[in-house]
Write a new protein. Structure first.
Length: 288
C-alpha cells in the first residue's frame, strides 16, 4: 500500500513494534513484532528490549512469511497481526488476539528491506529471524506460517533445519499452498488462458528454473516430519483448491505419521478467496 510508514506500525495495528535485522552482510530486513492481545495494556510505550524479552513469556510465536505482492502493511496481513481494535475489543479471527506473538518480515527487496529477492535469499532471511527469535524465546513454541509464495519459503526453511541441524520446527501452517513454483504458475487461472499457446512453457515456465526459482514444497515434504496444517479456500482463484488438495495428498503420502497432516477447506460462501482466510473467526481455534 502507498503512503504507509513501515517504521510506525502502531498507526495500523496495536501492540506492535518495528525492528530491523541484518540477515547477512549487506542485507537488512524490516520486521513487525506483535505481542499477544493479553499483554496489550502492558506493551504500551515499551521499547524493543521489552518486546524481545516478552518472546520468552510461553506464548507461541508465529514467524509469518507473506505472499508475492505488497508488504507487511498490506490490509490482509494487518488483519492477521491485529491484537485488538482501537476500542480495546478483541478482533475475532486475528492471530494476535488469539495470544500468539507474531513476527512478520518483509523479505529482501520488499518494503523497506534491502537487497534483491532470490529463493535462497528469502530462505536465508527467515532463517536469520528464526535464530534471532530462538535465542530469545526460551521454551516457547515457534511456528512457521506461510501464505501463497510464503508457503514455499516455509517448507524450504523447515527442510533446511531438519537436514542441516537435525531440528524439527514446532509446526508449519501453509495458507493457499502450491506443490512447486512451476506448477503454481501453470495452475493460476490467468495462466490457463494462455496454457495452450505455442511457447507457453518456454517463455513462462522455463525461465523460472533458469532463474533458480523452484520452491519445491513437494520435495521438502520428503524430509519434513513436523505437524502440518494446510488452509485453503474453495474460491481461491490464484491457487485453485485442486492445488491445495494435491499438496495435502503429497504430504500425506510422504509423512510416516499421517495424523500430523491436516487440511481445512473454507467454503465458497465465506468469500475468503486467496487473501482473506485471516478474516475467518474460527482460524485461531483451528490453529490451536
Amino acid at each position: 500500500p502507498y503512503f504507509v510508514d513501515l517504521q510506525r506500525p502502531e498507526l495500523l495495528v496495536n501492540n506492535t513494534i518495528n525492528l530491523y535485522l541484518t540477515t547477512e552482510p549487506g542485507v537488512t530486513v524490516g520486521i513487525w513484532h506483535t505481542v499477544p492481545g493479553s499483554r496489550g495494556a502492558e506493551a504500551q510505550g515499551k521499547d524493543q528490549r521489552w518486546y524481545e524479552e516478552a518472546l520468552a513469556d510461553a506464548h507461541p510465536i508465529i514467524i509469518y512469511m507473506h505472499g508475492n505482492g505488497g508488504t507487511r502493511a498490506s490490509s490482509h496481513r494487518v488483519q492477521f497481526l491485529k491484537a485488538s481494535s482501537a476500542g480495546g475489543q478483541d478482533l475475532v479471527g486475528a492471530m494476535g488476539a488469539a495470544n500468539f506473538h507474531i513476527l512478520a518480515l518483509d523479505y529482501r527487496g520488499y518494503g523497506d528491506s534491502s537487497g534483491h529477492p532470490t529463493e535462497n535469499g528469502l530462505t536465508t532471511d527467515v532463517l536469520a529471524l528464526y535464530d534471532w527469535a530462538k535465542a530469545r524465546s526460551g521454551n516457547s513454541s515457534i511456528l512457521f506460517w506461510g501464505h501463497s509464495l510464503g508457503t514455499g519459503v516455509a517448507t524450504n526453511l523447515a527442510r533446511k533445519l531438519q537436514e542441516e541441524r537435525g531440528v524439527q520446527v514446532d509446526g508449519v501452517v501453509l495458507e493457499s499452498a502450491y506443490s512447486n513454483i512451476r506448477e503454481a504458475a501453470s495452475s493460476n487461472c490467468m495462466a490457463k488462458l494462455y496454457y495452450y499457446f505455442p511457447g507457453f512453457e518456454y517463455f513462462i515456465l522455463d525461465p523460472l528454473h533458469l532463474s533458480n526459482l523452484f520452491f519445491s514444497t513437494d520435495e521438502n515434504f520428503k524430509i519434513m516430519s513436523c505437524p502440518l496444517l494446510l488452509l485453503h479456500a474453495e474460491d481461491d482463484m490464484v491457487l485453485p483448491l485442486d492445488m491445495g488438495r494435491k499438496v495435502f495428498e503429497l504430504a500425506r503420502n510422504t509423512y510416516e505419521d499421517k495424523n500430523k497432516v491436516k487440511l481445512v477447506i473454507f467454503p465458497k460462501k465465506l468469500g475468503l478467496g486467496h487473501d482473506y482466510i485471516s478474516y475467518n473467526p474460527e482460524l485461531p481455534t483451528l490453529v490451536k
